[in-house]
Design a protein around this ligand. Structure first.
Ligand code: SIN
Length: 314
């Protein structure tokens, strides 16, 4: 029997409304409900969809409480035997962070696919309807669970990305996402997913996933990201630590180098857990780092923040 696909709405430009069809930047994100997004895609009329509006926000304002609610809703739907997969509509700005959070706390046994749009729903030529259709075709494809077992995926502009590698790489163009040095997992062409390469190894949930789902978000560890840059004022490190910061991801320059003033400020802060990432958009830190522990899996700073927050949920 064909299983249902659950579509969870969280807002974003895909649900955005502008005053005119020409508005590509002057619009308000997170305005239209899921029923309206789905009805803009006639090809979806034949699909077995169940819709739930979990949030309605501009993803720049994404917060831990919404993440927790979203993850719990995913878990509840995934546990239902008639549900085959989940598609989540999301803003592009923090999509990669939500994708990595869900990957870390769910490692789902059925496909979970995030999608988005760069143009509002009211644009003369919106990209959201095609992205939604593509995401649903990936969610419904029986090969998805074989190619990307346990993985949370992102589908945008016809490309299929893994949560671990995807990031927003352009502020305006329609093909705004990339997986850096990692190849796309595949493409959606003429409504059919085309998978590239061998299957991914099965994804695992973080050891503290259950805590993230059950612990009040007010009790989640406070973890921040700080970029090392020319003229950086290291007093920020000391001030944050004094204010109770528990974890800090340093987005280092180049191959994970850190301004000497920041290194000196970190030295006495033995209670602060620090992880090192790079502010370079692509690649990973290579070679031995003398002082700071590199973030796991070469995660970008924003995903490394999520992993460190989970590490500290003891
Ligand atoms: C958002 O991230 O919610 C707004 C921007 C977008 O979706 O492109």
């Amino acid at each position: 029997m064909q299983k249902n696909i659950v579509v969870l709405g969280t807002g974003g430009t895909i649900a955005g409304v502008g005053a005119s069809g020409a508005d590509h930047t002057a619009y308000v994100a997170g305005q239209l409900g899921l029923a309206e997004l789905v009805s803009a895609v006639p090809q979806l009329a034949a699909e077995r969809l169940q819709l739930e509006q979990v949030a309605q926000l501009d993803s720049k304002d994404m917060d831990h409480a919404t993440w927790q609610t979203l993850a719990l809703r995913c878990a509840a739907w995934l546990a239902q035997p008639q549900v085959g997969a989940i598609v989540i509509t999301h803003g592009t700005d923090t999509l990669e962070e939500t994708a990595w959070f869900l990957q870390s706390v769910l490692a789902p046994t059925k496909p979970v696919v995030l999608t988005c749009a760069m143009r509002p729903a009211t644009a003369l030529s919106p990209d959201g309807p095609q992205n939604l259709l593509d995401a649903i075709s990936v969610a419904a494809d029986p090969r998805t669970a074989l190619q990307a077992p346990g993985a949370v995926l992102a589908v945008c502009a016809g490309r299929i990305h893994a949560a671990e590698h995807v990031s927003k790489v352009h502020p305006y163009r329609l093909d705004a996402f990339g997986s850096g040095e990692y190849a796309d997992l595949g493409w959606v062409q003429d409504g059919r997913p085309r998978w590239a390469g061998a299957a991914m190894p099965p994804a695992q949930a973080h050891a503290h996933a259950e805590r993230a789902l059950s612990r009040p978000v007010a009790d989640w560890p406070w973890v921040d990201v700080m970029h090392s840059h020319a003229g950086v004022d290291a007093r920020r490190v000391t001030a944050l630590a004094r204010a109770g910061l528990q974890g800090l991801v340093i987005a280092g320059t180049g191959n994970g180098t850190v301004h000497r003033t920041v290194e000196s400020a970190l030295e006495p802060l033995q209670d602060l857990t620090v992880r090192l990432s790079t502010r370079c958009a692509q690649g990973q830190i290579v070679g031995e780092q003398a002082t700071l522990t590199p973030a796991p899996r070469s995660l970008n700073p924003y995903k490394a923040r999520i992993s460190l927050m989970l590490d500290l949920m003891v």
